[in-house]
Design a protein around this ligand. Structure first.
Ligand SMILES: [Fe+2]
Length: 279
């Protein structure tokens, strides 16, 4: 049986933004000292949502599909609030997987009560995959499509957040943002090799802050949509990452690899995974 494409009425994101504000406010009122960290995540959520809608419009999604995109973006980091309250960190490695925590919060709070079951399950799967190394290969095309859109939008904002912290002359204050890596000159050879192979740097290979910056450069290899590449170019994220690197020779080498890759993708076809009817 063929059913309509997945989508949501505009009342769902409207209701969920109200819920989101109250939910986030609750954490701030319980943890006034963590207000800045909570605000970081609130602002991130709003920007990711705006960017996801921008990419979605470029892909000519209809209004119901855009509402679905908005809901995945607004809920994707909902687990961050409880994670920070319980563990005082945003590092999943030393606390909890914030994406899975977010899914369990959505279920516990029954916040998707006015969404049909199939669409609600799709939203929860998209949230659960947003921080994985890759979207599972056996997922449905709809789930892969919405996951890719969210992951692109999330990366665009994370680039922004880390770059602002590097470019702030008063330096990096938030150690958990840079995974507590030492700000030393060297670059690990396995990291630069990954970039030459056009592969994402493995987080387990990072030894220094320079490696971490190259890890973020290598994210281009996991970008899906042309609009994302356009935004990346316009905001000069790769140039700014290169300029922030202390080891200039390797920085230029890596930059040439990633910028050549981006040029190829910008000149190539649009991501081939389409939303589907039903699943
Ligand atoms: Fe996240």
């Amino acid at each position: 049986m063929t059913k309509e494409r997945f989508g949501l009425s505009p009342t769902v994101p409207e209701r969920l933004w109200t819920w989101f504000s109250a939910y986030a406010e609750d954490f701030v009122s319980r943890n006034p000292a963590s207000g800045d960290m909570m605000a970081l995540k609130k602002d991130h959520t709003r920007r990711v949502s705006r960017t996801a809608l921008d990419i979605g419009r470029r892909l000519k999604l209809d209004l119901r599909e855009l509402n679905l995109v908005e809901v995945t973006a607004l809920l994707h980091d909902i687990g961050r609030f409880e994670q920070y309250e319980r563990f005082r960190t945003f590092s999943d490695k030393i606390s909890v997987n914030h994406a899975l925590l977010g899914v369990s919060i959505c279920r516990k709070e029954n916040i998707l009560h006015d969404v049909d079951e199939e669409t609600a399950e799709l939203i929860l799967r998209v949230i659960s995959y947003h921080n994985r190394a890759a979207v599972p290969a056996d997922e449905t095309p709809s789930c892969v499509f919405y996951s890719r859109l969210l992951r692109d939008s999330d990366k665009l904002d994370i680039w922004d957040v880390v770059l602002r912290s590097y470019e702030n002359p008063s330096g990096i204050k938030n150690a958990s943002l840079i995974h507590d890596l030492p700000d030393r000159l060297e670059i690990s050879s396995v990291v630069i090799d990954s970039i030459r192979r056009e592969a994402i740097v493995s987080t387990g290979d990072m030894r220094t802050l320079n490696d971490f910056k190259l890890f973020h450069m290598s994210w281009v290899f996991d970008i899906n949509f042309r609009r994302t590449f356009e935004i990346l170019r316009k905001r000069r994220y790769l140039e700014r990452l290169r300029d922030s690197l202390k080891e200039k020779g390797a920085a230029e080498d890596a930059f040439l690899c990633v910028s050549r890759y981006c040029r190829q993708r910008l000149g190539g076809p649009e991501c081939s995974v389409k939303r589907e009817r039903g699943h």
